[in-house]
Write a protein that binds this ligand. Structure first.
Ligand code: NAD
Length: 351
């Protein structure tokens, strides 16, 4: 067996339909008493309802969370947090809201309770991406990792089907890359495969019956595992390409992951088919092609063209994505990456 190092992330996970009813109890258990509830504009109503339920434990609502955690928004939120005399944040939403909570915690040492409502997985990672003057920087550290995560599938019932599918594929991308991570280890590989299995079981059900609480619970369980492995081991080609394209062309986060995943997995599969064999068995055939068929069956976008990428973007993207060498089980070659991008642009099925 390959030698390994495993460090567990010290978070408390509370899982179950209706578990968000226990937020007040979690705040008290932590010895805290003033929670600033965070959300996006779209989820402001849910955040206000939660604050009303918390009564005197709520210090207010800040509903300006935005994609990519702009530092300007964080500064305003920190001012609100301090002015309200808050001692913790409750982040209700997807990766954008969780990102804001992490950014506040980084600056104020606020304790974080996260109630995730997408499958992005940020709630269980010690990673924060922030943007300032159009530049995105990523950092990691123990102070960024949320202390408590409450997974309540009831709150995901309203996540639109299209976002549910791309968000689920975003989660699967974390787990797929964990299978061939340079610093992979047996526990992380187990969690990654169980996360992938849960997603493959749940997403088809969610796509046809979004109100199916059992399928929603299974998807959220998968999201937890996939997020956990994202926080535990290093990511590779897939996340690098998504960051490059997403950042440079301002593409939507989950959709970009959904489109690129079959192609990046197919690229890596050429070099390490053994490491991806469990995923191939799960989706049928080869891992890359099987993921493509799975995403297509879910009705997820399968081409970069559908996300607004233009043919003239592909050369500069291939250049950028291969400029800084990074670890990948298969050498990163510009010609091969350009060909990968072409296939992803056209939405061609990987071989
Ligand atoms: P998001 O948080 O931006 O949410 C997408 C939209 O869906 C938002 O308008 C949101 O309000 C809405 N929404 C969320 N849950 C809903 C629900 N249950 N019902 C109705 N509407 C709902 O999207 P995301 O994909 O979850 O997160 C993307 C962001 O998270 C990106 O900025 C990405 O970089 C970051 N991220 C960070 C990490 C990390 O570890 N640091 C991991 C994954 C993603």
């Amino acid at each position: 067996m390959q030698a390994f190092v495993y460090t567990a992330a010290p978070a408390r996970i509370v899982f179950g339909a209706d578990s968000s009813v226990g937020v007040a109890g979690e705040i008290r258990r932590l010895g805290l008493s003033r929670a600033l509830v965070l959300s996006t504009h779209q989820q402001k109503g849910d955040a206000e309802a939660l604050a009303a339920r918390l009564g005197p434990l709520a210090a207010g609502v800040f509903s300006d969370a935005t994609m990519h955690t702009p530092v300007e928004v964080t500064k305003r939120a920190v001012d609100v947090y301090r002015a309200a005399g808050a001692d913790c944040v409750v982040s209700l939403g997807g990766g954008s809201t969780t990102g804001l909570g992490k950014a506040i915690a980084l600056r104020t040492d606020a304790t974080q309770i996260v109630i995730p409502t997408t499958y992005a997985g940020s709630e269980v990672t010690p990673i924060l991406g922030q943007t300032e003057n159009g530049v995105k920087t990523t950092m990691r550290g123990p102070e960024i990792l949320p202390e408590v995560v409450i997974y309540d599938a009831e709150l995901t019932l309203g996540l639109p089907v299209a976002i549910s599918m791309t968000s689920g594929l975003n989660a699967m991308a974390h787990a797929a890359e964990a299978l061939y991570a340079q610093d992979r280890n047996p526990i992380v590989s187990l969690m990654a495969m169980e996360g992938l299995r849960a997603m493959v079981e749940a997403l088809p059900g969610v796509s046809v019956q979004p109100q199916d609480i059992k399928a929603r619970e299974t998807a959220l369980y998968g999201a937890w595992l996939c997020g956990t492995v994202l926080g535990a081991v290093g990511m590779s080609l897939h996340h690098k390409l998504c960051h490059t394209l997403g950042g440079s062309l301002d593409l939507p986060h989950a959709e970009t992951h959904a489109v690129l995943l079959p192609h990046t997995v197919a690229y890596v599969e050429e070099a390490v088919p053994d490491l991806l064999a469990p995923l191939a068995a799960l989706v049928g055939g080869r891992a890359g092609a099987g993921l493509y068929d799975f995403a297509a069956r879910l009705g997820a976008p399968v081409s970069l063209a559908a996300l607004g990428v233009r043919p003239e973007n592909l050369d500069p993207m291939a250049e950028l994505a291969t400029a800084n060498p990074y670890w990948c089980p298969r050498p990163i070659e510009k010609t091969a990456i350009r060909a990968l991008l072409q296939r992803a642009f056209e939405g061609a099925r990987p071989e």
